[in-house]
Write a protein that binds this ligand. Sequence first.
Ligand code: FE2
Ligand code: FE2
Length: 337
Amino acid sequence: MKIAIVGGSFDPVHEGHIAMAEQAVTTLGCDQAWFMPSKKTPLKDRGLTDDVHRLAMLKIVAARNDRFRVCTMELERQGISYTVDTLRQLKQMYPHDTFYWLIGNDQLKQFADWKEPETLVKLAHFVCFDRNGELNDTNYAIQRCHMPMMPVSSSEIRCGNKLNYLPREVLNYIYDHRLYVKGFIESRVKPHRYRHSVSVANLCEEMARANHLDTQKAYYIGLFHDVAKAMPKQAMIQWMDILCPENEAYPVPVWHGFVGSEIVDRIFYIDDPQIKAAIYHHVLGTSTDPYAEIVFCADKTDPLRGYDSSAMIEACKKDIDAGFAWCKEENKKYLNQ
Ligand SMILES: [Fe+2]
Ligand SMILES: [Fe+2]
C-alpha cells in the first residue's frame, strides 16, 4: 500500500489538514491517508490541548472518508514526537508499505531543524503542499505540489477566527467541550473585560443550574455577552447600519448588545435564537426570557464589580424572575443617581 501521513498537533484539525489528506488519495494516488497526532511537538513550546480531545476531533474527520485513518503511535510513545522515530517504527511494523509524509510550506522552511533530516527523506517520500499559496525552494529531496488554497491555521482558529474552516461536527465538539472558547473572547477584548466575561459566564451557569435551565446555553451567553464591547465606534456603526439602524438612537454604550448578538452568529456560528436574543437585550434588560434575565442579572451582579452582590445573586438562584425584578429596580436607581 501507499500510505500518506499527515502529521501535526491538530489543535484543532481543520479543512487545511483535511484537504492535504484528500490530495494524497487523489493527486498522489495513495491508498490511505493517516492523521498522526503528535504527543509533544519538538519545535513548539505551547502546551497542547488534551490528547483525548485532539483525537476525538480527528476521529470525526476520519469518519468522513473511508480512506482516512487516525494513527495513535506518537500519542502512545510519550515524550517529544520526533518524525524520524515514528518513521522507523512504521517501517518496522509495515515493511511492505510505502510511506509519504505530507508537510506544509511552514514546515518546509524549518526542515533543516527537524531531527535527522537527511535520514527522514530516505525513510519516506516527503511531499510539501502549498496550502497557503507559498512554496519555498529546498535543498532536500522533497517533492513540492500545488493544491487549492486553504489559508487557515490552528492558531487562528484557537483565537476564534476562520471558524468556517472547521467541519460543523468539529465545531460542535469544540463548543460541547468548551475547547479554545475563552481564547475567542480573550483575543477580542481588554484583559479586565475578559475576566468579567468569564466571571459572568460562570455566574450565568450557576444561575441556570439553580433554576433548572440549560447550563451550557447560559454559559455561552455569559461568555459572549460583551464580545462586541471593544469594537471601535466606526466599525460598530457599519454593523448597526445594516442590522438595526432604528437602534442608533440609543446611546453608543448600549450598541454592543445589538452588534454582539449578530457577531455570535456570523463569526462564531452560534445561531441559537435564545442566545442571540439574550445578548441583544443584556444591556437594557428588555426581555423576560429566562436566559435574557440571567445574563442581565449576572452582568450586574458580577462579583468582580466590587460591591456586595451576594444577596441579589442568591435571589436570582432561588427564582430568576424575582431576582430579575430586583436587579432591574437596583439598576434603575443606579442610573438615576
Ligand atoms: Fe455589556
Ligand atoms: Fe458585561
